[in-house]
Design a protein around this ligand. Structure first.
Ligand SMILES: [Zn+2]
Length: 49
């Protein structure tokens, strides 16, 4: 989603934790990002929120 402000923010948070060697934080950030991406997919399919 190019117009989404959250996607780059979540990706940046994940990458910051990953590059900082904080595996627990990186895993948590990835879960948060994936949940957010799933919400985009639901939107694309026209499913109600
Ligand atoms: Zn997004």
């Amino acid at each position: 989603m190019a117009e989404c402000q959250e996607c780059p923010a979540l990706e940046a948070a994940w990458w910051e934790a990953e590059s900082g060697g904080d595996k627990a934080k990186a895993a948590e950030a990835l879960v948060t990002a994936r949940r957010h991406w799933r919400s985009h997919m639901a939107e694309a399919e026209g499913a109600p929120a």
